[in-house]
Design a protein around this ligand. Structure first.
Ligand code: GRF
Length: 200
């Protein structure tokens, strides 16, 4: 059994897509072990509780220095016997201690076709605004491994959508989000397959 723990900060529609896929057998051999939010009021926490998944909050307010925040995250992830960490709309940058500890077992979803429109400062609607300002005719989503950089780890899977005339950051975000839900599940299966291949 592969124990998946998710880090979240927001509404959690990606988390929901993963919860649904695990519960209806589209991610065989996996179990949702824990959901950790960086924000106590994230709706993603409600989704996790509704699905009977353990939750925790590790916020900047609760753990102001990065060292203690990282230590708490690692403690919780280890306590849940985490095999795979998924960042599902997680809005904090993780300390290298964590990305090193979980190298090859921690993945993120980004709402653009990396390496375009990624890196520090490219999050939320800023990403979609940048796509529109650049005049790109297509966008999409990228699932990638998390390394010590921001949005710089090896790409696992991408899905594309067209950019349409008259798009706003909101309409583009909504189109990209449906692709996110699909490729996240697919990428998790890919990573689990790779981990199994390594005998993990
Ligand atoms: C998604 O667009 C994701 O790519 C980005 O944050 C958004 C989170 O949405 N990192 P949700 O919380 O999964 O609904």
């Amino acid at each position: 059994m592969v124990n998946i723990s998710a880090l979240v900060s927001g509404g959690g529609t990606n988390l929901q897509a993963i919860i649904d896929a695990v519960s209806d057998g589209r991610i065989p051999g996996a179990k949702m072990a824990l959901v950790i939010s960086s924000k106590p009021d994230a709706y993603a926490l409600e989704r996790a509780r509704g699905a009977g998944i353990r939750t925790a909050v590790v916020s900047k307010a609760g753990f102001p220095d990065g060292e203690s925040r990282a230590a708490e995250l690692i403690r919780l992830l280890e306590d849940a016997d985490t095999d795979l960490v998924v960042l599902a709309g997680y809005m904090s940058i993780l300390q290298p201690k964590i990305t090193r500890e979980y190298a090859g077992r921690i993945i993120n979803i980004h709402p653009a076709l990396l390496p375009r429109h990624g890196g520090e400062g490219y999050y939320g609607s800023r990403v979609h605004r940048a796509v529109l300002e650049a005049g790109d005719r297509e966008s999409g989503a990228t699932v990638h491994y998390v390394d010590e950089g921001v949005d710089s780890g090896e790409i696992i899977l991408q899905g594309k959508v067209p950019v349409l005339d008259g798009d706003t950051p909101e309409t583009l975000a909504a189109r990209v989000l449906t692709v996110e839900h699909r490729i996240f599940v697919e990428a998790i299966n890919t990573v689990i397959g790779r981990l199994a291949g390594k005998g993990a």
